[in-house]
Design a protein around this ligand. Structure first.
Ligand SMILES: NC(=O)c1ccc[n+]([C@@H]2O[C@H](COP(=O)([O-])OP(=O)(O)OC[C@H]3O[C@@H](n4cnc5c(N)ncnc54)[C@H](O)[C@@H]3O)[C@@H](O)[C@H]2O)c1
Length: 478
């Protein structure tokens, strides 16, 4: 199927990517020597962590399963987070890392002093872009940042601009792209089993009420416990709840839109064009406060701006539509609500069903998803499923970090890059804008500046499931 010219372009692109922004004298575009960031003689991947709260420590645990990755430095501003992290590192018999702490800018010292191959950032949302930008500007070859990567459109552009100026790689740590069923469906989509994809749904439907008021005593809020937000609270209640007071939009879009973007080749032959969003009234958090703290509770008068359910509709260049839901203030079991619907069949995540015309057992009747996802199980899970067992979120976090460090080790482009980080995270800012204007249509910036037309969908290729020639036809022609 691939013609010679296409092969040549691919090889040249990879060779170019290996250079990662260095000029011939070994200086990067910021004039820094690349020497400091060359792999050390012991072959270990020198890694620094910024933020070792609940998520950072989960990454620490999964990272320590990789024997050639060394945790050389850790930065955090809370003693409790650092103490826990150091205990975990010592518990694995690993060498103690150098610690950077003291103030909110301590991470800058870490980036300046350490010769790192990679940095993992798992801090509150406000810090993602300042830290990612500082890491790339410090010359660190690979930076990985938690989700969402950015809050505003300006921040989305900062990620792209600094990535392009420095030539340093930035990966968005969107772990759901690596979920086992999500990856199996990617194989189904790419082979053409579902025909041409027409419509997708996804979202973040997770009752976060106890997370938003977490007092650090009870994981799940129990009646009689104290409601806490801000500096006295625990983990995400220290910062995430403030976003629910001030902002109204889809604050956490990437768990849904990331996998869907891979199904639709966004930034790689397709792109998001426009978005329209509406938010419901806000009732869930206030009701939770009254029921658990009483009408006299100091939080009872807080006016939460975040609508309980925010629904965004996105139109893509190739004609598909996507509905993204954000639903975090009401009682409900967890779901990311995936639905992927094509001209030959569809997957419903809720209910775990699949129907493929002419191939399902009975016409007009669902098969169980498992019957199909087992058959289309992705290479990463076939090869590393056992190793991933016990890893965060059912193993998908390990698979993701494995993929990130595979890029670092082999000096490859990251699998989910700065353009993905920008386009997926932009749903937050654009939905806020649209909600504020009563649902009016807003335009997606083209963060690739036109490169989406020719970029190839390279994420997680699985040779066992050849891509439908219809999907590659146009790229093959050009
Ligand atoms: N992908 C997922 O499944 C997933 C799951 C949970 C959280 N997250 C994301 O991970 C990130 C962190 O979430 P969390 O649950 O760990 O929050 P957390 O509040 O438990 O941890 C954040 C940590 O960052 C530290 N920090 C804050 N400001 C800092 C600074 N200036 N310098 C250094 N450290 C600083 C805090 O002290 C804390 O230890 C968030 O972006 C969140 O959305 C993703």
């Amino acid at each position: 199927m691939p013609n010679n010219r296409r092969d040549f372009i691919k090889k040249s692109a990879l060779a170019g990517a290996g250079v990662l922004g260095m000029n011939l004298s070994g200086q990067d575009m910021f004039g820094q020597s690349g020497k400091n960031h060359e792999r050390s003689a012991d072959g270990m991947v020198k890694t620094g962590f910024i933020g070792v709260g609940s998520r950072g420590r989960s990454h620490l645990n999964d990272t320590m399963a990789l024997k050639d990755v060394e945790i050389v430095a850790v930065c955090d501003i809370q003693k409790s987070s650092l103490d826990e992290a150091l205990k975990m590192i010592a518990g694995k018999g690993r060498k103690a890392p150098r610690i950077y702490t003291g103030n909110e800018k301590s991470f800058e010292d870490m980036l300046k002093n350490e010769a790192l191959d990679a940095v993992i950032i798992a801090t509150p949302w406000e810090w993602h872009v300042p830290m990612s930008v500082a890491s790339m500007k410090a010359g660190i070859p690979y930076t990985a940042v938690e989700v969402s990567a950015a809050n505003t459109l300006e921040e989305c552009w900062d990620l792209v601009n600094v990535h392009e100026e420095t030539g340093k790689e930035l990966m968005i740590l969107e772990n759901v792209c690596y979920r086992r069923d999500v990856m199996a469906v990617l194989n189904m989509v790419r082979t053409g089993l579902m025909g041409e994809i027409i419509h997708c749904r996804c979202g973040y439907e997770h009752d976060l009420r106890s997370v938003k008021f977490n007092d650090g005593v009870h994981y799940d809020f129990i009646p009689g416990g104290a409601l806490k937000m801000g500096t006295e609270a625990y983990s995400e209640a220290q910062w995430r709840s403030l976003h629910a007071i001030r902002r109204n939009g889809d604050l956490y879009p990437t768990h849904g839109i990331g996998p869907v973007a891979n199904y639709l080749d966004i930034n790689r032959g397709n792109r998001f064009i426009t978005l329209s969003a509406m938010a419901t009234k806000s009732r869930g958090l206030h009701k939770f406060i009254i029921e658990n703290g009483g009408a006299q509770h100091p939080y009872a008068n807080i006016d939460f701006n975040l609508g309980d359910i925010v629904t965004s509709m996105i139109k893509c260049a190739n004609g598909e539509t996507i509905i993204v839901t954000h639903d975090t203030n009401l009682p409900r079991p967890y779901s990311l609500g995936f639905r992927v619907e094509g001209t030959s069949g569809l997957w419903y995540n809720d209910g775990d069903t699949i129907y493929i015309e002419g191939k399902s057992k009975n016409p007009h009747q669902w098969d169980e998803s498992k019957e199909w996802t087992n058959r289309y199980d992705h290479k990463y899970w076939r090869e590393r499923g056992q190793e991933a067992e016990g890893g965060g979120h059912g193993g998908m976090d390990f698979i993701m970090l494995y993929d990130f460090f595979d890029a670092v080790r082999n000096k490859k482009p990251v699998p989910l890059d700065a353009y993905d980080a920008a386009a997926w995270s932009a749903v937050s800012a654009l939905s806020e804008m649209s909600v504020n204007r009563g649902g009016s249509l807003v335009d997606f910036p083209d963060f690739t500046r036109g490169k989406w037309i020719k970029r190839e969908p390279l994420f997680a290729r699985d040779e066992k499931f050849p891509v439908d020639p219809q999907r590659t036809l146009i790229n093959d022609l050009f």
